[in-house]
Design a protein around this ligand. Sequence first.
Ligand code: HEM
Length: 487
Amino acid sequence: MIQKVVCCATPPVATPTSVPPQRTTSLPVRTIPGGYGWPVVGPLGDRLSYFWFEGPATYFKKRIEEHKSTVFRTNMPPTFPFFTGVNPNVIAVLDCKSFAHMFDMELVEKKNILIGDFMPSTGFTGDMRVCAYLDTSEPKHTQVKKFAMEILKRSSKIWVPTVTSNLDTMWDSIEAGISESGSVTPLAQLQQFIFNFLTICLIGADPAKSPEVAEKGYMWLDAWLALQVLPITNIPTLQPLVEIFLHSFAYPSFLVSGGYNKLVEFVEKEGQEVLELAQTEFGLSKAEALHNLIFILGFNAFGGFSVFLPSIFSALGNDTTGLQQKLRNEVKEKIGTNSLSFDSVRQLDLVNSFVYETLRLNPPVALQYARARKDFTLSSHDSAFEIKKGELLCGYQPQVMRDEKVFDEPEKFVADRFTKEKGSELLSYLFWSNGPQTGSPSESNKQCAAKDYVTLTSSIIVAHMFQRYESVKIDSSGAISDYEAAK
Ligand code: HEM
């Protein structure tokens, strides 16, 4: 039995502590295995393996086995022919210990590498570099990150009632869909819900004020998001057409500027108070406030929840252990029909653990990057490696979150994995937010500003579901075909 790597006992979402990697090590120093191949041909071959012949999960797993190491050199898309300024060479870090070096801002920098060495045109974001592309050494990062955390704090009073009233609207629409056509794959309803509650909470503006924004706002964001991340997005169908037409060049931002500009107009008109706050309290210009707000709303928040919430439904659909009943019992016992609040859902150990386990096995942002700020020694569980200043580290979270030295039966969905003392210790190794779940987002790091809002909101969504229903019939794709209302 492998010795599990766990440290300090920390209750969920309480005393924040992070897990900085150890700076000194007694592990044997090993040359980083792997390589980049011949110029052009090596990166192109790796790109085809990654997207087409193997798929991302196998791509990383196969190379771990081949090199007998969770740290190795390889290439990441996008590459040849029209990404000439992009360097595909990375050092993959694929276990919890090596991955955690990417959170140490003394060792790494995060300038312009949100999705790798490739950065989408700033034409998508009002011709400026927004928060997620700024390194912690840039003063603008401090201003925007503090602003983002302030709007979360200010909205905390309306957050839960806004989420629950929009959830009622969402479930009404799903129920209507079921009675009309027998089964609903609720992606559109989910996205409408996500867009509405986030716009109200983060921008302070109700989309209902503009019928066009209310109807199409989430679709404009979908198109705007998709075009930015297309060169690095795995589309497991229609090859080789995808490689030729979707992964060989970047599409220009003007294709989606119509919807984006309408959102700009809407935020300018309806979000005046928040824009004012950004300028007076955080020293941002109006344009910086506007485009950062839309990026936070659209890319960080709407994008993140749109990927994550369907995983919650699929996890319930895949379950064969009576999980819905157990979740329902916990909600019934601890909250009953009382109104939900951040404090009340904090007591729901199983619900929270279920959310954490879903994030572990389906981390919504699968790839994370960081560039060495200086030469340093990086450790995996069994070896140390010399990293040179400027080299790009790349972590693939779905692999890292299956680290067998940290998680027992790593491939298995264990809904109560994060309960009790041992479970709360494991939170130090839950990295979906670009930092440990026991860490604290701040202007000095690049951890998701909404780390706790995301998990608590997801727990509220689950708790609300089991206040409203005894059970919901969901299949493994997340489609809903029946429900039994709460008694
Ligand atoms: C399920 C939903 C969400 C997921 C999965 C998610 C995930 C992440 C991740 C992985 C990062 C780090 C990216 C990197 O640098 O590699 C990040 C950063 C960030 N997130 Fe979230 N996020 C979510 C929701 C939100 C929400 C609701 C907000 C609203 C304020 C938000 C605000 C931010 C900001 C401002 C950053 C940039 C942090 C910085 O530059 O220091 N996120 N998010």
